[in-house]
Design a protein around this ligand. Sequence first.
Ligand code: ADP
Ligand code: MG
Length: 307
Amino acid sequence: MIEVHELTKRYGDTVAVDRLSFQVPQGVVTGFLGPNGAGKSTTMRMMLDLDRPTSGSVSIDGKQYRQLNEPLKYIGALLEAKAVHPGRTARNHLLWLAQSNRIPVSRVNEVLDLVGLREVASRRSGGFSLGMGQRLGIAAAMLGDPRIMLFDEPVNGLDPEGILWVRTLMKSLAQEGRTVFVSSHLMSEMALTAHHLVVIGRGRLLANLSMNDFISQNSHSFVRIRTPQPEALLDALAGAGISSTPLSDGGFEIVDGDPAAVGDLARDRGIALHELSPQRASLEEAFMQMTADSVEYRTGAEQKKEH
Ligand code: ADP
Ligand code: MG
């Protein structure tokens, strides 16, 4: 369990993280969602004591990071900037980490297998592709078999196969009972992996809820209809007390409508339907609305600087 309490970080005039409080539960994937510049990486760096909070605190299983004895055994992380010496082979990088954290050397081959790098383990990491580099970073994060894992934008730049692999890995780490905290600026990515969601914008907490709650609160359903006999259909719908909204392409939308009821009604009146499709408002739209203020603020601030 990670507990973030009133966490604040200022860089000069910039408030990167603004009195942020939330908890990250164990046994599920928690998504940390926010537009670029929202303060995700800064928060994660403070969780790892790589950056000092201006005020507030982070505790890991009730302790501060610097109180942890051999921290790699508590908390593993894949951050945006990877600290791998390019001239070192993948195996040597992991061996060096293992030895400096008193982790058994046998664990190195285990994590190389887990991330699928065993065959290239004796190559210099400088020649690795982005995806291989991410895998090496994940291997390093798993080296101490930690109960808590942080991933900062882990799928950025990966190919579809790599993305799928990372998603599956995060879910299985959570299923093993670990605390998995993963950041992204893409709602669509979170919807596929996260069970719990912490949304921030401009360093502030905007939402802290289960993914299911976010979906039910933010994605209303509607039915989209197209017909070559719009007047007849509008009449029929009005007669049945169903209100519809016309679309610019000549179709209609019915909020929370039942496609079966509309289809039956059209059949009874002999009206042809060319489309009758249940739809859901996109989660991406809901996220954009939620964070619109923070994005506008940022653009506004940039414009001011130019004048
Ligand atoms: P995110 O990871 O959500 O994209 P960051 O945590 O990287 O956001 O950045 C949050 C804000 O803090 C941004 O405005 C960024 O420019 C600023 N920032 C981050 N790190 C530094 C730093 N080392 N010095 C100055 N400003 C920083
Ligand atoms: Mg970031």
